[in-house]
Structures are given as structure tokens and as C-alpha cells.
Design a protein around this ligand. Structure first.
Ligand code: NDP
Length: 328
């Protein structure tokens, strides 16, 4: 079958030539054969290409077979645990046909929209829930800032904060994304890429941000710290603007303000929270089923060949909603 590998490690911006399709031999008698339908494309994939010590997750090197969160159909089964035709999600290699032993696969519950498991009921929804609900715990006393809120994690995190009664300020780097956000009743919608962002944020949050859900990093993060109130909290989810850099800045220039303002910073990565997966499903599944969460997929067609370009575009901010690639 065909599989997608990282052909060479990028230095700076990721390019199409860093990817390559190769032929992969499947084992003779696999427990399961899966056919992927959608592969999730996520910013952390770029951090896996950074030098040793940059991230928590196993590095990809030249020649690594890529993998990602995938919605797949069982097409052959040698175990009573799975039947052909069933849909599953899990972290799987990027191949057109996948051999699996079934470990780590989750069945899509009957009656659910399978594609919801790529986003609000999948890893991005889980990230938003862990960061906002479990760690951030906003209340109606809070003024919350969520950056990159037209993206996958940010859009869910912002909605969770709003449901808690907090005032919510959201940001997005493109006009159509801000229009999409404006229809959702947030207190203010700003452009975190604008040269005057710091000023705009200070105006929008005149009495200060009390809870910052950080997705972007760089100058936007610096502006957020500037606008924070004494005793504020930061949930540090991601620093996406830094992932393509040769010398990524992990901390903002005004780091000292965190101490001056007695701000608590809570960085997190979801693999440490998987024990809460059932609680997350219990919270989020009814909400999604009732239409209580506004979510959309940003779907690219073209199969495996489109995954590299989809990731390159994601890191430039091309997506509105959760970026996935359809595999047909
Ligand atoms: P998104 O759907 O939000 O896509 C990425 C978005 O980041 C883009 O659409 C763009 O939005 C913004 N962006 C990209 N490049 C830049 C740049 N140079 N400067 C400013 N903004 C940029 O992706 P996700 O929802 O999957 O991820 C959002 C964040 O959450 C990321 O930082 C990611 O690493 C993090 N994350 C953390 C996890 C954890 O366990 N802690 C797990 C999953 C994700 P715009 O056009 O609005 O600028």
C-alpha cells in the first residue's frame, strides 16, 4: 500500500519536498485491516520535526512514517472484537490501507456523527476541555482571552468559557475568521496578527484579562501578558506561531511581568490527562448531540498526497475550523 513519510527534516518553513509517498508491505495475516477515511492534520506535527528536546512527543526524522488521529473503517477482521464495516478512531500510520492489532482503537458509538470524533469529541475537543474546563475553570467573574479562536482547539475553548458565564475575548488572524466569530456573541473579536494588537486588546479588556488560554505564542502572547490583571491565570496550550522557527521562542520577552502580576501559568499537554477521557465524553457528547457546540471541519480532498500541503497551509493559518484530509 502507499504510505506518507517525512523525506527530509525541514529547516525553517515546511515545504512540499519534505514529504514523500512510498510503498509499504502489509503483514500476511494482520488482526485488522483498516481503510482511513479522514486524517487529522495538527500543528504539533511540525514540532515533531524539531531538534531533540523540543517536544514531549517522539521525534520524526528523515524517513519516518507519519501518523495522526484518524477515522477509519474496518475492512477485514480476524478478531471477534471488531466487525468489517465498523468505524473506529485512533492514532494510526498515514497509509492507504493500515494493518492494526486493534490496540488503542475506539469504536464510534451507535447514533453518533463519526466526523465529530475528528474534532469536538476527538483530540482537539479534548484539548479544549482539559485546558478550559479542567484547568482554567472560568466563572462569570472572569474575562477570558482565547487566541486562534477560529481554529480547532480555540473555537471549542472559547465556547466552553462563554458557557461558564465569563466575558470572552477571541482572536483570529483573518477577516473571514473574525466574521465567523462575530456571529457567536463574544465580547470582542480581535486580530492577533495586527501591528496594533496590544492596544486593541488593552481597549477591549479595559479592566484586564483574568484568564488567558494561549494558543499562539510570540508577539500575541506578549500582548496577552501585558493586558493581564494581577492574580490572573494562564493556561498554556500551544505556541503555534513558533513551531516553524529554527530558534523557537518558548517564553515571551515580558516574562518578568508574570512575577510582577502574581500570574499563575499552567502549561499542559493532553497525553497526561487521558484518564479523564470518559469524563470528557460524558460532558461533551450530549452537548454536541444537542447542537450546543458550533463546530466545523476544514476538509481537503486529495488523499495522502494532500496531507503535506494541508499541514503547510495550517501553519500559515489557512484553515477555518478543524483541518482534516479526506482519504478516498
Ligand atoms: P488550529 O486549527 O488553531 O490551526 C492553527 C492556527 O494557528 C491557524 O489557523 C492560525 O490561525 C494560527 N497560526 C498559525 N500560524 C501562526 C502564526 N505564525 N502566528 C499566529 N498564528 C498562527 O490548530 P489547533 O486547534 O489544532 O491547535 C491550536 C493550538 O493548540 C496550537 O498551539 C497547538 O499546538 C495547541 N495544541 C495543544 C495541545 C496540548 O496538548 N497542549 C493539543 C492540541 C493542540 P489565525 O489565522 O487565526 O492566526
Amino acid at each position: 500500500t502507499r504510505g506518507l513519510i517525512l523525506h527530509s527534516l525541514p529547516e525553517g518553513k515546511l515545504q512540499p519536498e519534505h514529504f514523500r509517498i512510498i510503498n509499504i508491505a502489509l503483514p500476511d495475516r494482520p488482526t485488522l485491516l483498516l481503510k482511513p477515511r479522514y486524517v487529522s492534520v495538527d500543528p504539533y506535527m511540525r514540532t515533531r520535526m524539531q531538534p531533540e528536546g523540543y517536544d514531549y512527543i517522539e521525534r520524526w526524522i528523515a524517513g519516518s512514517l507519519l501518523s495522526g488521529w484518524t477515522l477509519a473503517e474496518v475492512i477485514a477482521s480476524n478478531t471477534p472484537a471488531f466487525k468489517p464495516g465498523e468505524l473506529v478512531v485512533g492514532h494510526l500510520p498515514m497509509q492507504e490501507i493500515i494493518a492494526s492489532d486493534g490496540k488503542g482503537l475506539m469504536r464510534i458509538p451507535a447514533g453518533s456523527d463519526p466526523t465529530a470524533f475528528l474534532h469536538p469529541l476527538g483530540m482537539t475537543g479534548f484539548t479544549a476541555w482539559v485546558g478550559m474546563q479542567l484547568i482554567g475553570q472560568p466563572t462569570e467573574e472572569d474575562t477570558v482571552l482565547v487566541s486562534a479562536a477560529a481554529g480547532a482547539v480555540g473555537s471549542i475553548a472559547a465556547q466552553l468559557a462563554k458557557r461558564s458565564g465569563a466575558r470572552v475575548i477571541v482572536t483570529a488572524g483573518r477577516a473571514d475568521k473574525r466574521d465567523w466569530l462575530r456571529h457567536q456573541g463574544f465580547q470582542a473579536v480581535l486580530d492577533h496578527r495586527h501591528a496594533d494588537y496590544t492596544k486593541q486588546l488593552n481597549n477591549a479588556a479595559s479592566s484586564g484579562i483574568t484568564l488567558n488560554f494561549e494558543n499562539v505564542g510570540g508577539p500575541a502572547f506578549k500582548a496577552a501578558i501585558e493586558a493581564m490583571r494581577v492574580n490572573g491565570r494562564i493556561v498554556l496550550c500551544g505556541l503555534v506561531s513558533q513551531y516553524q522557527s529554527d530558534r523557537p521562542r518558548q517564553s515571551p520577552e515580558n516574562f518578568a511581568q508574570l512575577r510582577q502580576k502574581n500570574i499563575s501559568v499552567h502549561p499542559f499537554v493532553v497525553p497526561h490527562y487521558l484518564r479523564y477521557w470518559a469524563d470528557f465524553q460524558e460532558f461533551m457528547a450530549p452537548l454536541v448531540a444537542q447542537g450546543g457546540i458550533n463546530w466545523s471541519l476544514d476538509t481537503l480532498s486529495g488523499g495522502l498526497d494532500s496531507i503535506g500541503p494541508a499541514l503547510i497551509g495550517l501553519l500559515h493559518g489557512d484553515n477555518l475550523g478543524k483541518r482534516v484530509v479526506e482519504i478516498t
